[in-house]
Design a protein around this ligand. Sequence first.
Ligand SMILES: Cc1cc2nc3c(=O)[nH]c(=O)nc-3n(C[C@H](O)[C@H](O)[C@H](O)COP(=O)(O)OP(=O)(O)OC[C@H]3O[C@@H](n4cnc5c(N)ncnc54)[C@H](O)[C@@H]3O)c2cc1C
Length: 305
Amino acid sequence: MSFPDITPDLKAAMPDLRGRLLANQSLAELTWFRVGGPAQVLFTPADEDDLAYFLAHLSHDIPVCVVGVGSNLIVRDGGMSGVVIRLAPRAFGDASASGDIVTAGAAALDKRVAEVAASADIGGLEFFFGIPGTIGGALRMNAGANGGETKDVLIEATGIGRDGTKHTFSNADMKFVYRNSGVDPSIIFTSARFRGVITDADAIRARMAEVQTHRETAQPIREKTGGSTFKNPPGHSAWKLIDAAGCRGLRIGGAQVSEMHCNFLINTGDATGHDIETLGETVRERVKENSGIELHWEIKRIGVP
Ligand SMILES: Cc1cc2nc3c(=O)[nH]c(=O)nc-3n(C[C@H](O)[C@H](O)[C@H](O)COP(=O)(O)OP(=O)(O)OC[C@H]3O[C@@H](n4cnc5c(N)ncnc54)[C@H](O)[C@@H]3O)c2cc1C
């Protein structure tokens, strides 16, 4: 399937644009699940000013969505109409430390931010070492693991609004909740500053090794997956509810509930976005029938079926 190519019109309306506009770009390759249709337009801004210029000049009836490295995304098979924005590491991937503060661009990988913090003896950011996303995704999702989450270490984030204006959000402004932020969904985060605690380097390295061992032994990290599919309901573990409902290993088409960790869905090779989403909905129904508890998606689903 393909969408009408609107990139010539966009280029004509934005003569000073420096970033790259591509029509009908596959999104499957940009996500961990490796499924889904194309983006009508994929825009890679040259830098923050270029992103602001693009948004300020983009007609308001064109939908916009931003993706990180797609470690928490199911892209539906019909793809995404409008513009999908991807921040390139070259322009948005820097990470540096000073004192007890780490500054990172939104395209910096969480793992890299943990490394930069560790190299400067800054503790408290070790949990980032095990999360395979970007800082942009961490800000949107309040990513967390092994007892820490983004909310615990964020000082402030910057982002660009749909009209191209720049905003700064304090930790309180981010309205963090479990695996989400209350900031308007149209905001595209571009950078963040985190505060840790100066800590003994060996203790930080030991903690990072623990985080890595936990991943390797408990999660199917080498599969095509999207991480935890459902949020843990208050007082429950999603995986236990899924296991109790008999869903471990359940398959629909090329999608399967992981045998290793049953809150993870995997693409065994030829799954479609529809297979994965249908499997997730089937799991939700079975858990509801078995326990009366409703699971809520943690993974973001985007695009048209
Ligand atoms: C094997 C595996 C293990 C995982 N383990 C964990 C874990 O332990 N803890 C955890 O919290 N998560 C985990 N995840 C999920 C995922 O890594 C996190 O949610 C991560 O923060 C997503 O980042 P991303 O860059 O991949 O974002 P995407 O998956 O690309 O996008 C996720 C959401 O963030 C938004 N977004 C992305 N970039 C920006 C931006 N710059 N500005 C605004 N919004 C943006 C997207 O629009 C989307 O809504 C795991 C995933 C996998 C595959």
